[in-house]
Design a protein around this ligand. Structure first.
Ligand code: ATP
Length: 903
């Protein structure tokens, strides 16, 4: 229980350490913070401290107030141009026109505000999803708490890959190394100590402290939190606030580039129309207003914010499917991904690890679980389990292990799945892991890392005066380290022939898809730093780790989508190949498997070697540095690469990849921090889903842009066409503004929210840096705009010459035709290969709502007197409506016919 004599009650007291924590002894710090190192704080105490000191968060995300957001809408150039137009209208005595323009400014601001607010709240929801956790002692138990809930006095357990979430004073360390480059710029791991430091020193020399934002690169530690939130060293760094400045995604950059181009185009066209109109002697004010309306029409200024909404909504949708996207730009890159380099264990496989076979010098036995009990496949093998070797294997399995089981052994356990599996194996043979751990206290540990592929521990050897060394790891490493082998009669030297025979055995098991782990031990008289000597090889355990059921179809989908999947695993080549075959990654058993050492930095590879690596699908016994070389190689060949990883050493490769993908449940904090994507369920299939969404979102944005530009271009063409043929005006400036600010916006927004259809996974990825509007899309835009123009001018001429209408009703005739034609126009956008009736757009409820909304607004405009006057609407006869509908549907028909002729 907490041994604190009295409760600390004020913030000041909590932070009132008599000296800086690094100058004090660990026990003084713990004492000052009134906490017990073994039990940590109680939940109530932690809660009360949290209330006093506030959440452990950096104040990076200061939100704009809603009023600020609304007022910002009036800052846009568009609002200024419209204000100018309104002022001009007043000047020319067109009061109604002037007020109408002011209303347009207001409506536009409201729409802009609503969109930005939506974008902002989506971003906030996403930020909430990226919560991180820390392992903390509370009420005597090691539990995971959200890092925002850490308080001074919390005793935290950290191991390789963790990112300290507050500033802490170290209490115990095991071979601890910390990368503090985030604070000091020094990228070499610093070793740590627990002794106090004699004099005041700089951060980099405070060797007994752990700072927020650094990375534990090896070993493990216990530490007590001394400062949280913005009081931490990193929280004090002023320029951090800049990091929070809004990220501009490449997509947004592309969109603003496109907008700029369109602005110039619009200005040129508007000017041309102004000049022609003036030459034709038309009304000056009307011409200026028309030029402004057309210029505004051509500028799709809502583009960036719609893109943000589409991206953010995509991210939220992915979050529901257990994929956390950390950067907006990742959604876009996902759609371009051409190669995915994935690890095997836990991503392609279940990672549930069931022991299947145990092997010793004197025999091998098949095993399986029956409930929680580990039983032999053949009871005749019982003798194996009664040997000293089996008992030693159990000791190593438990001692050389950092995992722990839940109170009930069937619980999921905490720690590395392989180590949990080992504990369950021992517990299943009626031996209590806790009893072994109690009898052999641990003195030192050489933690597992995927570079070394093994782990070692040193223990007090029970009641004996000497010390027990335990080692477990990949078979080839164990056999290399071992000098002896344990037989029924004790240890004998391990010959080279035996080594080879054991390697062959391991290969055979691996070829069946088993994950094979070797075990060894030794007894040494005195403890040493490098304690691997006279190792005795005990035997191995082979674990079944079947592929996840969803993987095969996910890999097939990637293939169909032109995404190449490559496995890069730390496991044995034969195990890798077996899983590759089962998941359909490779098609036949002869497919080559490249081993880690063959992967060198691209500069050291010959052209032939490069081609060999680029065409391979499986890389085995790969270490993190080699993963980095692989990413490099693929990138140099121009591929967009996604890469998965979980360990602290994977961080550089994850950062280098275009899309770094970390595993949420088994990944380290360091890997998550370095990644763009976190898969909460560690499943490969989620990557495929993320790619699908990424592509879908881009397609939606493209549809949205094509829709808006083609509508706007048609308006330009209609007015220009009418001028050139010296007709009356088919559209008035305010009508154009009305369409662009009101009726067009909803269908366009709805297009940005289309559900992603499966068609996107039947095409190869977009090329790197492909523009939003490809030449092909430009052709489509021009085609659509022409169809809309022909229909509207046709309707206008029909009204004048066939129906013999006057200027005003003929203008209304054209106005209604173009509005409705633009609504129909959304149905031109689905992929030409999709059914006209059933596609992503017809299935999108937002599209239908948007169409209904736009029609409703149009009816309101017709009925509300001031709007009616501003839009120059005159009474419209029902019998004309049939003609309007007919003309308005012709663009869709024209486009269909053109497609049929082309196909
Ligand atoms: P992947 O890279 O696909 O996740 P992996 O988990 O096998 O595969 P690593 O974690 O790099 O890759 O492990 C490499 C090898 O090290 C394993 O094949 C196993 O033999 C050994 N190994 C894995 N975990 C441990 C551990 N906790 N202790 C000792 N050895 C281990």
């Amino acid at each position: 229980m907490n041994t604190a004599p009295a409760k600390i009650s004020t913030v000041k007291e909590i932070y009132a350490l008599p000296l800086a924590a690094y100058l004090m002894t660990a026990s003084d710090v713990v004492h000052s913070l009134e906490v017990s190192i073994d039990t940590g704080l109680t939940t109530e105490e932690a809660k009360s401290r949290l209330e006093q000191v506030g959440p452990n968060e950096l104040e990076l995300y200061r939100q704009k107030s809603l009023l600020q957001l609304f007022l910002e809408q009036f800052k846009s150039p568009l609002a200024w141009v419209l204000a100018l137009a309104s002022a001009l209208a007043f000047g020319f005595g067109e009061d109604l026109e002037a007020i109408a323009i002011l209303v347009v400014i207001l409506i536009n601001a409201i729409i802009g505000f609503a969109m930005e607010w939506q974008a902002m709240s989506s971003m906030e929801a996403l930020r909430q999803l990226t919560q991180t956790f820390a392992r903390v002692y509370r009420n005597g138990k090691l539990v995971e708490v959200e890092t925002a809930g850490l308080v001074p006095g919390d005793v935290v357990y950290l191991e390789a890959g963790d990112i300290p979430a507050a500033d802490m004073r170290l209490l115990e360390t095991v071979n601890l190394g910390v990368n503090e480059s985030a604070l000091t710029g020094e990228s070499v791991a610093v070793s740590k100590q627990i002794e106090p430091i004699a004099a005041t020193t700089v951060l980099g020399d405070q060797r007994n402290m752990l700072f927020r934002g650094t990375v534990v690169s090896r070993g493990n530690a216990r530490a007590v939190v001394v400062r949280t939130g913005s009081r931490t060293e990193i929280g004090k760094i002023a320029d951090l606030a800049q990091r929070a400045s809004k990220e501009v995604t490449p997509l947004e950059k592309k969109l603003s580039k496109l907008s700029q181009k369109l602005i110039w185009l619009a200005l040129a066209l508007a000017l041309m129309i102004l000049v022609i109109g003036l030459l034709q002697g038309r009304d000056i004010f009307l011409m200026i207003e028309m030029a402004i309306a057309l210029a505004i029409a051509a500028v799709p200024e809502g583009l960036p914010v719609v893109a943000t909404i589409a991206l953010a909504r995509g991210m939220l949708r992915l979050a529901r499917q257990q994929v956390i996207v950390k950067k907006l730009s990742a959604v876009e890159t996902l759609g371009e991904t051409q190669v995915i380099i994935t690890d095997k264990t836990g991503t392609l496989t279940e990672n549930q690890l069931l022991p299947d076979v145990m092997g010793f010098e004197f025999g091998t036995a098949g095993v399986h679980f029956q409930g929680e009990q580990l039983v032999l496949d053949d009871p005749a093998d019982r003798y194996l389990l009664q040997t000293y070797a089996h008992s030693q294997l159990q000791h190593v399995a438990v001692l050389c292990n950092n995992a722990s089981l839940d109170e009930h052994p069937s619980g999921p356990g905490t720690g590395d799945p392989l180590e949990i599996a080992l504990l369950k194996m021992v517990a299943g043979s009626d031996t209590a892991p806790a009893a072994i751990r109690d009898a052999y206290s641990r003195i030192r540990e050489i933690p597992f890392d995927s570079e070394r592929k093994m782990m070692g521990t040193l223990h007090k050897n029970g009641r004996r005066p000497d010390y027990l060394v335990c080692i477990k790891g990949a078979m080839e490493i164990l056999l290399r380290e071992s000098d002896y082998i344990l037989t029924v009669d004790g240890k004998i030297p391990l010959s080279e022939t035996q080594r080879r025979a054991w390697m062959d055995k391991a290969d055979t098991l691996a070829a069946k898809g088993l994950r094979v782990l070797g075990f060894g031990y030794s007894e040494i008289p005195v403890p040493k730093a490098d304690f691997f000597e006279n190792i005795v090889f005990i035997g191995f355990v082979g674990f079944l780790d079947p592929p996840r059921q969803t993987v095969k179809s996910a890999i097939d989908r990637c293939k169909a989508a032109g995404v190449q999947v490559v496995m890069a695993t730390g496991d044995h080549p034969e195990t890798a190949k077996n899983i590759g075959l089962k998941t359909g990654l490779i098609g036949f058993a002869e497919s080559p498997v490249i081993k880690g050492p063959d992967i060198k930095p691209p500069a050291e590879l010959s052209e032939r070697e490069k081609q060999r690596l680029l065409s391979a699908r499986i890389f085995a016994r790969v270490n993190p540095a080699q993963k980095l070389h692989l990413v490099d190689l693929f990138q140099q060949e121009g591929f967009i690469v996604g890469m998965t990883g979980d360990g602290v050493n994977d961080a550089p490769a994850l950062k280098k990849a275009d899309i770094g993908i970390a595993m949420g449940s088994r990944g380290t904090e360091a890997a998550k921090e370095a990644s763009d994507l976190v898969l909460k369920d560690d499943q490969f299939a989620s990557i495929t889903e993320a790619i699908r969404q990424g592509r879908g979102i881009f397609t939606n944005i493209r549809h949205f842009v094509i829709y808006l530009i083609s509508c706007n271009l048609s308006e330009l063409l209609i007015v220009a066409g009418a001028y050139l043929s010296n007709l009356a005006l088919p559209l008035f400036p305010l009508q154009i503004l009305f369409m662009n600010m009101v009726t067009d916006v909803f269908p366009a927004l709805a297009l940005g929210m289309n559900r992603v259809d499966d068609g996107v996974m039947e095409r190869p990825p977009r090329g790197k840096g492909e523009p939003i509007i490809t030449p092909h899309a430009w052709r489509a835009i021009i085609e659509y705009a022409l169809a809309l123009t022909v229909a509207t001018i046709g309707a206008f001429l029909w009204a004048i010459y066939y129906l013999q209408l006057g200027d005003a009703p003929a203008n209304n005739f054209a106005f209604y035709t173009i509005i409705i034609a633009q609504l129909w126009h959304v149905f031109n956008l689905p992929d030409p290969h999709q059914s006209f009736w059933r596609n992503a757009i017809t299935r999108n409820p937002y599209v239908w709502m948007a169409l209904a909304g736009s029609i409703l607004i149009m009816l309101l405009a017709y009925w509300i007197a001031p709007l009616q006057a501003a839009l120059h609407l005159v009474p419209f006869r029902m019998e004309w409506l049939g003609w309007v509908l007919l003309f308005s549907i012709t663009p869709v028909m024209m486009v269909r016919i053109a497609r049929l002729l082309r196909l």
